[in-house]
Design a protein around this ligand. Structure first.
Ligand SMILES: *Cc1c(COP(=O)(O)O)cnc(C)c1O
Length: 214
């Protein structure tokens, strides 16, 4: 999919004319505005950014696929929001592939100084099954598979190979949950080798982004 965060709607229309139908966004405010302005285009919206429970009501209005589902509380909020909208939202369980030494603080939500737009998230591997089962239990949600961001500075290839284990755990909950969303501009070849079905590509399609200041 084309990740169009920070890009103008004109870029989405250009890519659509070239045949791209899957678009990824990472901030709700920007995504909902763009989805509104592209309501005439039959595109599939992927929400790939970190999601807070208080944004679920908005995201459930336009997102077809949410890639960043990483905790049961979020599943419940998104499930309730989708039900209210009478929509079916596909959810990917985001897996945290940062290696954590036991005793280290949980890195969840830690900002990344070099790329403030890329905030780490994801369920620890041991919680993947519980999150997947919670998705499967929500009538308004469909379990789609897994998503991960390679840890910065680590070997993307071995991280994506580890993701295959979580993908199997999720497929054991629902055998149709075959999506593996892994790989960005810098590491998509490793992701493809490790079995990715969906790549999230921004920079390689659209050039460098201005850094986002939160
Ligand atoms: C921004 C972003 C991408 C795209 O990154 P590029 O390096 O520009 O291809 C992919 N996935 C997520 C979660 C992102 O936030």
């Amino acid at each position: 999919m084309a990740v169009t965060k920070t890009r103008p709607v004109g870029d989405i229309r250009t890519l659509f004319d070239l045949g791209v139908v899957n678009f990824g966004e990472s901030r709700d405010q920007e995504a909902s505005a763009k989805a509104g302005r592209c309501a005439d285009l039959p595109v599939v919206w992927h929400f790939v950014g970190q999601l807070q429970t208080n944004k679920c009501g908005s995201v459930a209005r336009y997102a077809h696929v949410v890639h960043s589902v990483d905790r049961v509380r979020l599943v419940r909020a998104l499930g309730a929001a989708a039900r209210r909208q009478r929509r079916q939202v596909t959810c990917l369980v985001q897996v945290n592939l940062d290696r954590v030494d036991p005793g280290e603080p949980d890195p969840r939500g830690r900002g990344d100084a070099a790329d403030p737009d890329r905030v780490r998230g994801g369920a620890p591997e041991r919680q993947v099954r519980a999150v997947a089962e919670a998705v499967a239990a929500e009538p308004s949600l469909r379990l789609g598979g897994v998503m991960a961001v390679a840890p910065r500075g680590a070997c993307a290839r071995s991280a994506f190979q580890r993701l295959a284990g979580s993908a199997a755990v999720v497929r054991a909950v629902d055998r149709d949950a075959v999506i593996v969303s892994a790989g960005m501009s810098g590491d998509f070849e490793d992701a493809v080798r490790a079995g990715a079905t969906h790549l999230r590509i921004g920079t390689a399609l659209l050039g460098d982004r201005e850094p986002v200041v939160r």
